[in-house]
Write a protein of this length. Structure first.
Length: 545
């Protein structure tokens, strides 16, 4: 018993520690993670600063390239120069630019080489270069993709601008910057990697093995699609952590910086572990204090209150518990429960009274409907007796029997169970006694009930069947017997009305009575059929409920 007692105590302690510690653990974890992210923010800021510096350097280079190409396109008389003079001028101009540019050239409007700084053969076809359709479409300075230069035999970033006379393009001026220079790390720094993304989005790097330092494909697509500067920390294709920063687009070209983040990540992770250990120790101490206070000020009063609630029964006063250490909130909750129990008792009494009143009103309504139907039937009977024509008098008799069938239905209607239902056995017996005039009736029916709507269709169906017996089964002074049976199996009811009369003729015309029977059967969800017998047998099968 002692072991079971202490096991229960330990289980409660564990549950209380978990419940009380969850909010504190969430706050502590969020705080530790925030410190971890702050530790990583330094490497992210460094990557962003390096990216800004490289972006500025490349922006200046692209500005110089654009000014150079526009200056070349402003040379109005170069088309009149001999090819040797054009080559000499462009070569001297390239040598003045500190070897940053690998080649300068002029093309004709079809993309054929006119001259260049490296004396490449005149007429060389440049129309397949990426920049040629761009400059012809834009009519202004554009950059091409980084390609292998046919004249310099190096990877270059070309920039071109149209030369116009009277609004027409007469030539194209171009200058190519060395891609190695663009991708180099300034000042001899090797701590980070740099890639140049040309207008086609392809990265180019100077260092060997730079492909393994690239970001994974999904992140690379995100960086390419960024409208401005974007910095992310992720694992590279080679599996090493890097802080990546991409510059905003400049003439379609971008600079991507990759700064190794392994050391910074390890330091941040160690700081995160230390922070979590400190918070866990603090959390355990706090939880022990919270545990003791919760047991005294909350758990025990609530258990007493729960025991009182479990012992309360509707209709009896609620016994509110009281304790010296109970907090004010528990006392208020007990008072609220006591008030609620009184309100429930009052409401229950009101509902019982309302239900009794409803039952009385429903019973009164059905009684009045039954009486009104009886009055209508009596009026029809009186009116029929005053008619001399036998056919018209028979029509009044049929109408009276239909009304009396509905009155019989209301006499047997049971509203005590909630939804109105009708027991079928006594209803069938009353209908047989009420309608049949020239035959004795035998009713064999199981104790089956139907909702009022279905029972109405069944009562009218049986009435029509018995009226047909009166009209056709026993002509003249002939008498006989009618047997009505009703059985139910597996949610399906089977109604049979058969007589030992003269039977139906072989060639019969379906009248209104049989049409009504089929309609009522369909409303019940079943089907009516006539079967061969000594007289006439009507069978109707329909689902219950």
């Amino acid at each position: 018993m002692t072991r079971a007692f202490f096991s229960g105590i330990r289980a409660r302690l564990v549950a209380l520690v978990l419940v009380a510690g969850i909010p504190v653990a969430i706050v502590a974890g969020a705080n530790a993670w925030q410190k971890y992210e702050q530790s990583l923010s330094g490497i992210v800021e460094t990557a962003a600063l390096l990216g800004e510096a490289d972006a500025v350097r490349h922006a200046v280079a692209l500005d110089d390239q654009e000014r150079l190409v526009r200056g070349m396109s402003a040379l109005g008389n170069f088309l009149e120069w001999p090819p040797e003079e054009c080559v000499r001028v462009l070569s001297r101009l390239r040598l003045l630019l500190h070897q940053r540019y690998t080649d300068l050239w002029f093309l004709d409007p079809r993309g054929r080489l006119l001259c260049n700084s490296r004396a490449l053969e005149r007429g060389f076809d440049y129309s397949g270069m990426s920049y040629f359709p761009r400059v012809m479409a834009a009519g202004d300075f554009v950059l091409g993709d980084i390609v292998f230069g046919p004249a310099s035999q190096r990877m270059v970033l070309p920039g071109v601008a149209p030369v116009k006379q009277d609004g027409q393009v007469v030539a194209i001026a171009g200058a190519a910057i060395s891609a190695d220079w663009l991708a180099s790390v300034p000042g001899g720094q090797t701590a980070h990697r740099a890639w140049v993304l040309d207008p086609g989005g392809r990265p180019f790097a100077l260092e060997d093995g730079a492909e393994r330092a690239l970001p994974p494909p999904a992140l690379m697509e995100e960086l390419r699609a960024a409208p401005g500067r974007l910095t992310r920390v992720a694992q590279s294709v080679g599996g090493e952590p890097f802080a990546y920063s991409i510059s905003a687009p400049d003439r379609g070209m971008r600079v991507l910086i990759g700064l190794p983040a392994g050391d910074a990540g390890n330091a941040a992770w160690a700081q995160l572990i230390r922070r979590i250990a400190e918070l866990v120790a603090f959390l355990v101490a706090c939880l022990l204090i919270v545990l003791a206070g919760t047991e005294l000020a909350c758990a025990r009063p609530l258990r007493r209150l729960a025991a009182s609630v479990r012992g309360w029964k509707p209709g009896t006063p609620f016994a509110q518990p009281h304790g010296a250490w109970d907090p004010r909130e528990v006392d208020e909750l007990g008072e609220a429960l006591a008030g609620a129990s009184e309100a429930i008792a009052r409401r229950e009494a009101e509902l019982h009274g309302a239900l009794a009143q409803r039952d009385r009103l429903v019973a009164e309504i059905h009684h009045r409907v039954k009486n009104n139907l009886q009055i209508v039937a009596s009026l029809l009977n009186m009116q029929g007796e005053r008619i001399g024509d036998a056919g018209r008098r028979a029509e009044f008799t049929v109408a009276r029997e239909r009304v009396q069938a509905l009155a019989a239905l209301h006499r047997h209607l049971d509203t005590e169970a909630g939804a109105p239902v009708v027991p079928l056995a006594p209803l069938l017996r009353e209908l047989a006694h009420q309608v049949l005039s020239s035959a004795a009736a035998e009713v064999e029916a199981e104790e089956v009930t139907l909702p009022a709507e279905q029972a109405t269709s069944l009562a009218l169906l049986v009435t029509e069947a018995l009226l047909n017996v009166n009209r056709h089964a026993f002509p003249g002074d002939r008498t006989g017997a009618v047997r009505i049976t009703l059985h139910a199996r597996d949610g399906l009811a089977r109604l049979v009305v058969e007589d030992d009369g003269v039977g139906a003729p072989e060639e019969r015309v379906e009248g209104m009575g049989l049409s009504l029977i089929r309609g009522f059967a369909a409303h019940l969800g079943g089907e009516a059929r006539l079967e061969a017998a000594a007289g006439t047998r009507l069978v109707v099968e329909f689902p219950l409920g």
